[in-house]
Every structure is written in structure tokens, then in C-alpha cells.
Design a binder for this molecule. Structure first.
Ligand code: SF4
Ligand code: ZN
Length: 476
């Protein structure tokens, strides 16, 4: 393909919604760009002045697809620069998030995650059809951006970097941009605004998933803040971001608003009726699609919350790796005990406030702890374990005890209560509840049974839970 032939009319493969859910397995891939094997990778959209953008220009810096070895992984950075009268900084994140969607529209191209976590694959079949230069990726994006944002994006240029030495300085710049965006979003709280926003961009992967984006809860993909969603809903009212009237506050602590409930019900086609924004221990947890930056998971053995992020290698403290827990968390269901979150949410003053916030967090990877350290209250920061302190539940218990973590107080109270009971009552197990792995079906009575269904998905037409009152010891 010569330079002149890189045009939309000559695009070598199909482009459309139908390819969005396409998965490209290791054996089918020509190359992998970004992903877990590669350190520096990023995608960034920047708003520019009209005279700073050469419309339609695509620049490749570093090896192109045909210079890459089949089946190997390569670093990648992509910078999309846009200009137009209506283009403003707040739209950058929203445009940036669409790289995911637009790249997935391309036959044989798979794009996962966002920002500094991107993971792409190109299929051998599409490569053979002629998708043998990254310029096609740039051309596809330019075409899709211009057709989707016809009235907003007047000029667009794309730079794709694969040269490792050239990526590093651009990666560092991109990290600063993400940081600045996140800091800006921290300037307001849920109480300062009259409306929230929603996003259904991921509904093609998880049909019942609806993101609720408030100042105190960034989207779980970590890339869309309240400001970003607001800007998007304004310029593209028919797009995936929409306004949510707050309505009546039904629970200030759990974060339940009538307006969110209505929006979630409508957009999930009745699947989700209520949403609790700021808790992990509710049947009305926020749904999770698949692109969450991290997973918060309940650890019944210590009555605490663990956090594991996408980049953490190996098993979390409960013995499960991120990928296994991601299967339980994602797919658009409301799973009590598992919630997908954006890392920035951990900095929110509302962070799981209904569960005790940071006082309930017992374990997290050290690289994430270092990132959010300044926002963890000083009296608890050293009481939260990382993989450097403990890698299993027994040593976690010892660690928490030795540090006198706030959850330990709850254990003592529980033990005292249990001593009061005389009769051993086997815990009734409600059959038919969808339970994520490792969550006890009900609190275990002294010496009774605790049944843990690992990875089970059982359905039943009816769920009956009967409370059995334990007999109390007569006080002497
Ligand atoms: Fe939108 Fe949520 Fe998907 Fe992010 S995770 S793109 S906010 S639906
Ligand atoms: Zn998603």
C-alpha cells in the first residue's frame, strides 16, 4: 500500500458493530500490541487548536505491523489530536474512551481496557487481507471519529508509536495528563451537583450494565469522570453518556437515589432496579462490565475488603487471581461481595462509606497502595496488608491482629456473641441464590456449618429464607 492508497475507500477489512465482541485468541493473532507482557502502553486524546492539527495525517513512529514477528507482543502508544469549535478539554476522556469501541469495530482487531492498560490483538486473517500497516488503524479511527462526531470534530490527526525509546517520554506525559484530569474531578463532591451521568458504552459486552458516574464515583473503567460524562452528554445527547436527574435521596450512606434507580432500570431493560453506589455488601451493588481497573472483594474470613487490580500478577490474598475474580464480578450482574471499581474511586471521600471505607480494607497490592497512599487515612494506612506482608488468609489474620486493624474489633464482638449460644444450629443454606465464590451463605453458628460454593451459579424460582433463633444460655 502506498501512502496515497491509505484511504477509507480501500480499507482492507470490514468495519461494524458486529465485530465488537470478537475475541482473538493467542493462536489466531498476528501480533499483540500492549497487554500484560508489555510495560509502556497508552492511548491519549488531546484537544488542540485548529492550526495545530493537520486533518487526516497519520504518523507511525517505530516498527510497523509488517516489521513485527508473528505471535509476539509489542509496546504501543497512540495519540489522537482533535480540533473544532466545540472541542474542549473535558471531551478528551470521552473521545479517548471511544478508541476502545472504534478499534473493536474493525474486523480482526481486539481492544481491551483503557489509558495505560490497553491490550490489543490483530488477527492473522485480517493481516492477510491487507491490514498490514498501523496506518489502517489510524485511518479507521479517523473515519469513525468523523462520522460519529461530525459536528464536533473538524480536524483529527493520529500518531502511533511503537519504538520503545520514543514511547517512554510520551507515556510519562500521558500519565501526567491522566493525573491532572483525575485531580480536577476531585474538586467537587456528590453533594455539590444536581445531576449525575450514566454510560452504556459497555452494554454491547454486558447488556444489563449501566455505569452511574458521580463526582464521588468515577466510572469503573477509571476513564470517565463526572465532568467528562457531562461534556459528552452535552455534545452527543444520543451517544452512550446520558444525564441522570438525582431525584430523591433514598440512602445517603449507601448512595441510593431515586433518579439513579429509574435510569438503571430503564437502561438495563428492567434487569437492575436499585443501585447502591458506595457499598460492596449489598444485593444492589453497582453492576460491573469487564473493564474495571480493579476489583473490590469481600473476605468473609476476616470480615474485610480486599482490592486487586488488573496489573497484579498471581493470586490475591484469598487465593484467587484477578482473572478468576473478574469472571465472578463482570458481565453486568449485581454481585454482593464483588464490585469492579476505578482506582480513582479509592480517593473518593465516599469510597465504600457504607462499609466503613478504608477501615474495612485489609489487603491490596503494594503498587496500588503506593498510588493512593495520600488518600488513605493516616491511622489505618499501615494496618492494610499488601503482598509483601501476607499472601494467604491465615497470615493475613495474624497481620491484622498484630496491627490492631479496625476489623479485629468486630471479630472480638462476634466471638463473645458466639460464646453466648448453647445450641448448635446448622446454618440454613438458601438454595438458589447466585453466590460469588468464597462468600458464606449465612453467618456460621458456633461449631455449625459454613457452606462455601466456589464458582457456583445455581438458579431457583423461589428463595425462602427462614430465621432460626438460637437458644440463649440461661444466665447464672
Ligand atoms: Fe462507559 Fe462504564 Fe464502560 Fe467506562 S466502564 S466505558 S463508563 S459503560
Ligand atoms: Zn466496560
Amino acid at each position: 500500500m502506498t501512502e496515497a492508497e491509505i484511504k477509507w475507500e480501500n480499507f482492507p477489512v470490514d468495519v461494524g458493530l458486529v465485530y465488537e465482541g470478537e475475541r482473538i485468541r493467542g493462536k489466531q493473532m498476528q501480533v499483540e500490541l500492549g497487554g500484560p507482557k508489555v510495560g509502556d502502553k497508552f492511548e491519549l486524546v488531546q484537544a488542540r487548536k485548529m492550526n495545530e492539527v493537520q486533518d487526516g495525517k497519520i504518523t507511525i513512529i517505530g516498527p510497523d505491523l509488517k516489521d513485527m514477528e508473528e505471535g509476539k507482543s509489542y509496546p504501543v502508544g497512540i495519540i489522537v489530536e482533535v480540533a473544532g469549535k466545540q472541542v474542549e478539554r473535558d471531551l478528551e476522556s470521552v473521545f479517548e474512551r471511544r478508541i476502545h469501541e472504534f478499534s473493536n469495530f474493525i474486523e480482526g482487531m481486539m481492544h481491551l481496557n483503557q489509558r495505560y492498560d490497553i491490550w490489543m490483538r490483530l488477527s492473522k486473517a485480517s493481516y492477510k487481507k491487507g491490514f498490514n500497516t498501523l496506518k489502517w488503524w489510524g485511518e479507521g479511527l479517523i473515519h469513525l471519529y468523523k462520522s460519529e462526531f461530525e459536528k464536533v470534530i473538524e480536524k483529527i490527526q493520529v500518531t502511533i508509536i511503537t519504538d520503545p525509546s520514543k514511547i517512554k517520554p510520551e507515556f510519562d506525559k500521558a500519565m501526567k495528563v491522566y493525573k491532572t484530569r483525575d485531580e480536577r474531578a476531585r474538586s467537587i463532591t456528590d453533594d455539590d451537583v444536581n445531576e449525575f451521568y450514566g454510560c452504556v458504552l459497555c452494554s454491547s459486552f454486558a447488556p444489563s450494565h449501566v455505569c452511574t458516574i458521580t463526582p464521588g464515583r468515577i466510572a469503573l473503567c477509571g476513564s470517565i469522570s463526572w465532568f467528562d460524562a457531562r461534556a459528552a452528554a452535552k455534545v452527543d445527547p444520543k451517544g452512550p453518556n446520558f444525564l441522570i436527574e438525582k431525584g430523591e435521596c433514598l440512602d445517603d450512606i449507601k448512595g441510593e437515589w431515586s433518579g439513579i434507580n429509574e435510569a438503571a432500570k430503564k437502561k438495563s431493560l428492567g434487569e437492575v432496579e436499585r443501585v447502591h453506589l458506595h457499598t460492596i455488601l449489598s444485593p444492589y451493588n453497582h453492576t460491573s462490565c469487564g473493564c474495571f481497573e480493579a476489583i473490590a472483594f469481600y473476605i468473609p474470613e476476616v470480615d474485610g475488603v480486599g482490592i486487586v487490580d488488573r496489573n497484579f500478577k498471581g493470586a490475591a490474598v484469598n487465593g484467587l487471581p484477578f482473572s478468576t475474580m473478574a469472571n465472578s464480578t463482570g458481565g453486568g450482574k449485581q454481585i454482593e461481595g464483588f464490585v469492579g471499581i476505578g482506582v480513582e474511586y479509592m480517593r473518593s471521600p465516599k469510597f465504600f462509606q457504607a462499609d466503613g471505607g478504608w477501615n474495612r480494607v485489609v489487603w491490596m497490592p503494594s503498587h496500588i497502595k503506593d498510588r493512593v497512599k495520600d488518600d488513605i487515612p493516616a491511622d489505618v494506612v499501615d494496618k492494610i496488608a499488601t503482598e509483601a506482608d501476607t499472601t494467604d488468609l491465615d497470615s493475613l489474620k495474624d497481620f491484622l491482629k498484630s496491627k490492631n486493624h479496625p476489623v479485629v474489633k468486630g471479630w472480638v464482638e462476634e466471638e463473645e456473641e458466639e460464646e453466648e449460644e448453647e445450641v448448635v444450629t446448622p446454618t440454613m443454606v438458601p438454595t438458589g441464590v447466585q453466590m460469588p465464590m468464597g462468600v458464606p451463605m449465612a453467618p456460621a453458628a458456633t461449631g455449625g456449618w459454613k457452606i462455601i460454593l466456589k464458582g457456583a451459579r445455581i438458579t431457583a424460582e423461589e428463595l425462602i429464607i427462614k430465621r432460626i433463633e438460637p437458644k440463649k444460655k440461661k444466665k447464672k
